[in-house]
Design a binder for this molecule. Structure first.
Ligand code: GDP
Length: 533
């Protein structure tokens, strides 16, 4: 046993880590992410009735009502963590905002998960935002389980969908189950591993457990007729082409297990839940900035992947979301903030479940801890106990929208500075500055234009410094360096600024053709693309 005063040792940490699955759902808006999240939680009986998680229009319950803007648009900006136990496993489902404009947050959440479910609409296949998010998974080598949703509605052929996944994103699909009946005439699922058949019957009212019935294969063959024959022929074809799961290839992100179903009537959701428990990886040692792995059982270390202010009206504070990477977290611990060396108390550590928060006493690798009022803590920062470590920064995504910000009332200059700093630390926007800008006003850069509405609303309501934002005609940014900066600044339509958060030198351009023209003319300049969004 260890000498840890709490009585917990490395063995306990390893065992707790081993049963955790920390994952997110990536999808295009409307593919059914909210519905699937509810169905998963419902299966695990984490919430009483589907609908209690998301505050979407027409559904019960709310996650976050912190801004009128959010409500009026019927979108969820804030994200929360759902936790449920299933068959001995403990699942942390990190929810991501669904709207395309809030993708920056979604990307950061992917820095905190060990696996992802790629959710496809059976009629649409791979869509724009799914592709972008998948790129992030690929970049981080996150294993991806694919769920083809809405099989109760007319859609595409299953083989065609698999082919699309393989051809467009180079991910080798390995179906775990196979639908009997085309999309829109869904009869049931054949489990590939053992050939067993589950038939589904709709229940009235939608989001409740569907009636699932195990039917012996010979009986099913007689009753389902042609649909059965087609499914078994397709299965034989899959066996022939070797479309089976290779766990190593899955772990490194080149092969994806595929499941079919329909989240709304709750078809095939249990099989997905079981696949997550069985296949998705438990937390593994995380590499620090020098590439050295921090063992899961090492003293506590965690990375901040999100900082959120004013989550709802009852809690007008700032919450840093920390993903536990190693060790046991105990409320009350005094952690070290790696970036500054400053101590950080954790007396008020919380879990965030939907909109509810409660005190958390202990957490293990894979868990998410919310630390209120963690002053000076930024997205990407590392917190540790005892043995120092710094995890690599979470990459910032290439901004495509740029605005220069001025305070409306010069008497509020101090509040303005404080607000801009805060929004920068939270990663709401990237703040860029340049001495060459006459008035020294900050330039705000974002992936999606809706971020600027968040800035305007929060600067006024939270910091008491209403702002004027003026659009700049740039659409593309590249990372550059001090040597290239003067040459670039002299180019027509180009400006060079410094990113406040990390000091990176960023060049901004009216469009990508201008970048290409300059690259052709002056091949010696440093022009590194930022992570595509
Ligand atoms: P999100 O934007 O990805 O979170 O998507 P939602 O969960 O809000 O779903 C978008 C729409 O698709 C809603 O009207 C859902 O009721 C519907 N939907 C989701 N899953 C299914 C499904 O399996 N079958 C059918 N027919 N509709 C679904």
């Amino acid at each position: 046993m260890s000498a840890n005063p709490s009585g917990s040792g490395p063995g306990e940490v390893l065992a707790e880590a081993e049963r955790r699955r920390t994952f997110a759902v990536i999808s295009h808006p409307d593919a059914g992410k909210s519905t699937l999240t509810e169905a998963l939680a419902l299966h695990a009986a984490a919430i009483e009735q589907a609908g209690a998680v998301h505050g979407k229009a027409g559904r019960r319950g709310v996650t976050s009502d912190w801004m009128d803007m959010e409500r009026s648009r019927g979108i969820s900006i804030t994200s929360s963590v759902l936790r449920f136990e299933y068959g001995g496993a403990l699942l942390n489902l990190l929810d991501t905002p669904g709207h395309a404009d809030f993708s920056e947050d979604t990307y950061r959440v992917l820095a905190a998960v060990d696996g992802a479910i790629m959710l496809l609409d059976s009629a649409k296949g791979l869509e724009a935002q799914t592709l972008k998010l998948f790129d992030v998974c690929r970049h981080r080598k996150i294993p991806v389980i694919t769920f083809v949703n809405k099989w109760d509605r007319p859609g595409r052929e299953p083989l065609e969908l698999l082919d699309e996944v393989e051809q467009r994103i180079g991910l080798r699909p390995a179906p775990l189950n196979w639908p009997v009946g085309v999309a829109g005439d869904f009869r049931g699922l054949i489990e590939r591993a053992d050939g067993s058949y589950t038939r589904f019957r709709r229940t009235p009212g939608g989001a409740t457990r569907a009636v699932a019935e195990d039917v012996p294969a010979d009986l099913a063959a007689a009753e389902e007729g042609d649909a059965w024959t087609t499914a078994t022929e397709e299965l034989a074809l899959l066996d022939e082409i070797g479309a089976t799961l290779d766990m190593d290839a899955f772990a490194t992100g080149s092969c994806t297990p595929v499941l079919f179903g329909a989240a709304l009537p709750n078809f095939g959701v249990r099989a997905l839940l079981e696949a997550v428990c069985r296949l998705a990886p438990a937390p593994t040692p995380r590499a620090d900035e020098h590439g050295a792995a921090r063992p899961v059982e090492a003293p506590f270390a965690g990375q901040v992947f999100k900082v959120q202010a004013g989550m709802d009206r009852a809690h007008r504070d700032r919450l840093a979301f920390v993903r536990v990477c190693s060790g046991r977290f105990e409320r009350g611990m005094v952690l070290t903030h790696a970036a500054t060396g400053r101590p950080l108390t954790t007396k008020h550590a919380q879990t965030v479940f939907g909109r509810d928060r409660s005190t958390i006493d202990a957490a293990y690798p894979g868990d998410v801890v919310g630390l209120p009022n963690a002053t000076g803590v930024k997205v990407g920062d590392t917190l540790y106990d005892k043995r120092p470590v710094t995890f690599p920064a979470i990459p910032a995504f290439a901004p495509e929208h740029f605005m220069v910000a001025h305070v409306k009332d010069n008497g509020r200059a101090k509040q303005f500075r404080r607000g801009i700093d805060q929004l920068d630390n939270e990663g709401v926007v990237q703040v860029l500055r340049s001495d060459l800008r006459g008035d020294g006003a900050p330039v705000l850069a974002a992936v999606g234009p809706l971020q600027f509405e968040v800035v305007t609303a929060r600067m006024e309501n939270e910091f008491g410094a209403p702002v004027n934002l003026t659009r700049l005609d740039y659409t593309t940014a590249r990372l550059t360096d001090k040597e290239s900066a003067p040459v670039l600044s002299a180019q027509r339509g180009v400006e060079v600024l410094t990113r406040v958060l990390d000091g990176a030198v960023v060049a901004v351009f009216p469009d990508k053709w201008r970048v290409r023209a300059i690259e052709r003319e002056k091949p010696d300049l440093t022009l590194t693309p930022m992570l595509a969004a």
